[in-house]
Design a binder for this molecule. Sequence first.
Ligand code: NAD
Length: 444
Amino acid sequence: MKVSIIGGAGYVGLITGLGVASMGHKVIAVDVDELKVKNLQKGISPIFEDHLESLLSFCNINNDITFSNEPSQAIKNSDLIIISVGTPINSEGKIDLSQVNSVLESLIENLNPFSLIVIKSTLPITAVKMLKDELNKHYKEGRDFEIVSNPEFLREGRAIYDFYNPDRIVAGADSMKSINILKEFYAPLIERNLSIPNEITIEDKHIPFIKTNLPSAQMIKYGSNAFLANKISFVNEIAQICESVGANVNEVISGMGLDPRIGNNYMQPGPGFGGPCLEKDLNALIELGRHYDLEATFMSAILDRNERQVDLLRSKLNNIVDNESKSRIAILGLAFKSGTDDTRNSASIKLIDKLLADGHVVTCYDPVAISDIDNQNFTQYGDIYDCLEKTDCVILMTEWEEFKSLDLKKTFEKMDGDTLLDMRNLFTRDKVESFGFKYVGLGS
Ligand code: NAD
């Protein structure tokens, strides 16, 4: 099929574009960001993901994907148009639909009947209805276009693996015509008829194809993200209680997780959820609740608990460092999770901002993420041990593999102080204390 991806240089758009191209479809990835497109045309990826470089050169060599700033030709020449533009929140906590609205304008100008419009962006239920209504003013649904909601569930850091081995494909539409086109589109993936390197795919993976109506597909996505956010806020609160009562949260989670109704996936305490999705999607549910006169108090509580987590880390630090004099604090990890260079809503960035506001000097290291913090008291280093030099305290914020093998002897020697705050519970207290450190973890 001829496919265009609108937002094709973003996290979701790029992974989707490359994945779809490797399924045998002809792809034009369109993005308004000229620099990203220019770099992609030269084979340079704007984001960091495992396997991304090799997949990009594989698709470029086979000429299965082209990158462009120009939506009109792409939209005119496509059987299937995938929308993967951003849906961030604005300063009032509401979903900013400006990127979606600009795509709508391009669709109105260029749609070439018949096209299937596939929504991969996480769009509020009301926004999909708005898209339909606007398109129907210029075209006839069913004859000229149809819309299908096909939410994306990839995890940054494992995005390519997730593209090829999804737990499910969700297709929400008003007609069987859309569902059938989407099923045909995904057939190479479902039938495992792919010509990509073996290590990325599970050969006999069964991929359920779930058919629903439009709002159900969207609610599957929102419900999933709200549930994941809920697990993180829940376990962070349990960890906090464990600290007060003398329990060890790692043991508590293991014990709880043996109950198959609970399990222990996604149940690690940490600095709070970040990234482009969870906070935004909770906000979208709260807004949806308001729209329908429902109070989404539970969603608000998940968000509130998450916002308190960084302050909790800051107060752990304040118990250690002398707040009257400036301390030199090393932060290990900027990305909101390991495996990605994405710092959107990262707890590290939130903590760094607070530490700088408190007057501390902050040094930082991340294997791939780069900060744009502009402050004379902040320095990002390209070497982890340079970052630790003469610091009073080190705070582990992201669960990078590299940090798990941190040389604790060398770390201790480099530092002036002796405190390690482990906000991912990567180490055991005994191990860290055996090198002379004071250890502060979560939940014990
Ligand atoms: P992103 O900001 O990385 O990518 C969006 C891209 O769209 C950008 O490159 C931007 O330049 C481009 N764009 C904006 N307006 C455009 C236009 N009019 N025409 C063409 N391109 C345009 O965002 P993302 O993280 O990829 O998220 C995209 C959507 O997918 C969001 O709705 C998000 O909630 C959802 N989602 C994201 C993830 C994730 O882990 N990142 C996972 C699942 C779902």
